[in-house]
Design a protein around this ligand. Structure first.
Ligand code: SAM
Ligand code: SF4
Ligand code: SF4
Length: 336
């Protein structure tokens, strides 16, 4: 199954909740996601059974990699139950979770026992003043480091750590994080601050480019580029010449990777999005709850994917420069 730009569907990101226990300034700024914010009501959220059913259909259409995300996926009760339903699916080669790590000390063992083999933990700084200013919810760095250790102790790996770098806020964290994770077996990946959603006040001036990040680290500990592990991989990889492991950079803004984008996203309320920057999703929940058969849902997803022509990152400037600002989907809803 190929879209109009000849891209297959391989990778599905499933958002299990739009809620989060953090208020990262670049994702869910407190001014917008405050006490009055209308999160999705319970009955609109897909049940685990519904997620598992859709997942089976996606796998039958070629998806072999699934990432559970959110919001914060670990605020969804009993997430290990969903992991237990998805992990055994035949044809699914990789099931992973992206989390802010704060609840991993409580949940890592249960998730691993249910079959989760891989986690990616987000951590934007190693000093409390910066990290707490970024997560805006009082959670210290030590809590996330404990979460990473808990995942490792539960047998998960290789564990990746993601950091979003915002100009003037946590630039110094680039070298701190590189130093901390060098030689540990954990791979740190730096993400360019993106213009997802409409809440985070994005400006190009706030982006610390992947090129700049690599130059800064290379000046301290020389690096060389490593070829991608699989097609469509979003991170560019580099390894330390002194053998102390590797880093990644995700240059979503400065080096668009739309040409190889084989990813779809399922929101917590069951809408299928074919691009992180889409303005509208395709309602799979309504179809399921109206009684559509697996064959009908399969045919619908096929029709959506075969009609897909998204390549937002390649044409970003024509959207951000102009007066016509589009209404985009928030990262906390669609899961990154
Ligand atoms: N709550 C989980 C977490 O933080 O890992 C999962 C969901 S979060 C939306 C997924 C990833 O998106 C995180 O690594 C986060 O840092 C990243 N992210 C959120 N907003 C972003 C933005 N504006 N630009 C770049 N990355 C962003
Ligand atoms: Fe929550 Fe993750 Fe967004 Fe931070 S990046 S507010 S942890 S969903
Ligand atoms: Fe894929 Fe859309 Fe991102 Fe391009 S902008 S890489 S099409 S999600």
């Amino acid at each position: 199954m190929l879209d109009t730009l000849k891209r297959p569907l391989r990778d599905l990101r499933v958002s299990v909740t739009d809620r989060c226990n953090f208020r990262c300034i670049y994702c869910m700024p407190r001014e917008v996601f405050g006490p009055d914010f209308a999160f999705l009501p319970h009955e609109q959220i897909l049940t685990f059974e519904e997620i598992a059913r859709l997942t089976r259909i996606f796998v039958s259409l070629g998806v072999d990699k699934i990432r559970l995300t959110g919001g914060e996926p670990l605020v969804r009760r009993d997430l290990h139950r969903l992991v237990g339903m998805l992990a055994p699916l035949e044809g699914l080669h990789d099931l992973a979770l992206t989390t802010n790590g704060s609840l991993l000390p409580v949940h890592a063992a249960k998730l691993a026992a249910a079959g989760l083999k891989r986690v990616t933990v987000s951590l934007d700084a190693l000093d409390d003043p910066t990290f707490m200013a970024m997560n805006d919810s009082g959670v210290p760095v030590a809590r996330v480091l404990q979460g990473i250790e808990a995942a490792k102790a539960a047998g998960m790996g290789p564990i990746k750590v993601n950091a979003v770098i915002k100009r003037g806020v946590n630039e110094h964290a680039v070298l701190d994080l590189a130093r901390h994770f060098r030689g540990t077996g954990y791979v740190i990946r730096f993400i360019e601050f993106m213009d997802v959603g409409n809440s985070n006040g994005w400006r190009m001036d706030d982006v610390v480019t992947a090129g700049e990040i690599v130059r800064r680290i290379h000046a301290e500990w020389p690096l060389e580029a490593v070829p991608p592990a699989r097609p469509g991989e979003v991170a560019s990889r580099y390894r330390y010449l002194d053998g102390q492991g590797e880093i990644g950079v995700i240059a979503s803004v400065t080096i668009p990777f739309c040409q190889a984008c084989n990813r779809a996203r399922l929101s917590a309320d069951g809408k299928l999005f074919t691009c992180l920057f889409a303005t509208e999703g395709h309602d799979l929940r309504a179809r399921m709850r109206a009684g559509s058969s697996d064959e009908e849902i399969t045919a619908f997803i096929r029709q959506v994917w075969e009609g897909r022509g998204d390549h937002y990152s390649e044409v970003r400037s024509s959207h951000t420069a102009g007066r016509r600002k589009r209404k985009k989907i928030e990262m906390s809803y669609i899961g990154g």
